[in-house]
Design a protein around this ligand. Sequence first.
Ligand SMILES: C[S@@+](CC[C@H](N)C(=O)[O-])C[C@H]1O[C@@H](n2cnc3c(N)ncnc32)[C@H](O)[C@@H]1O
Length: 317
Amino acid sequence: MKNSFLQYLVTPAPLAQLPADWHGEIFRRDAPLGIEIGFGNGEYLVRWHHARPDWNLVGIELSMESCERLMKRLVAGDISPVRVIHDNARFVLRECFGDNSVSRVVMNCPDPWPKDKHKERRLIDAQFAETLSAVLTMGGQYELVTDQPWYAEDAHAIFSADPRFALAPLEKGLQRSETTRYERKWLEMNREMTRLVATKIAAAPIERKCKDNRMPHAFIDREIRDEFVKPLCGLEHREGEDLFIVKSALRDMEEDRYILKVVAADQGYRQSFLVQIKPHETGRWLVKLDPSVQPYRTPAVKMAIRQIAAALVEPAG
Ligand SMILES: C[S@@+](CC[C@H](N)C(=O)[O-])C[C@H]1O[C@@H](n2cnc3c(N)ncnc32)[C@H](O)[C@@H]1O
């Protein structure tokens, strides 16, 4: 039977246990694992599969359009051991991949974000290197190809400062037979490509936000009425770099419950989700995530459940 479009798309957020079991649960075969971050039109990942069909490959990409393009290629080629995650690689790499589990991570022509005010959007920083030092296998490699010499130099400085990596000298003026779409575009504009390869030589544990990814909930011992829920709209709270805000609070007449639309961010990783407040069979009221949207159960998401319940127990004013 031919593979179908959606079987390639993986959404690890609802899994009770993270990092995910890629070999056992997702690919169902033991094989080296490779990741391409920001795969664009997906041609590199498909070529990688043809060169190493014995590997399990995952592409992580922010753009849904790019994910669809890759999935079309995968269906057309009837390719099995490749999966796609539509999300921010900075978060996903750390939360969804276990220690010593990934043999190679590749990034071709990432957006360099050259302006200082956009610096935080750059993928490569000390924290990203730290994540790689955990998820890569010993001897596993991170490879960056970029058209921006300063970006390669920056990355080189970051990885050189990390004793968990050995670095090859930057390969300037890289010429390779198989290029990516952006690489061809930059080469046509006479830009030189530079390659950085960092090899993991030591490991250190990292802290993951979603280690306990179970559904958070809270019980309220009082009858909830409209006047308690209305003021929740606009409720916001911050703890360190984690925060949330309640964007709207609505009554669901059909199901006798309230629905809150919430946005939460953990160190800049943003998620929108719904929280329901509804009567429970025990006679109490229950505050929990609405299952129609499945966020990662990060500290900011858990904080939202806790603080909403607290605000219902003791309304402000
Ligand atoms: C300049 S394009 C390069 C595409 C492709 N690698 C190539 O060489 O043709 C950068 C890609 O990275 C993706 N991207 C940017 N930031 C990302 C992130 N944090 N996580 C995952 N993908 C990201 C963008 O959506 C875009 O498709």
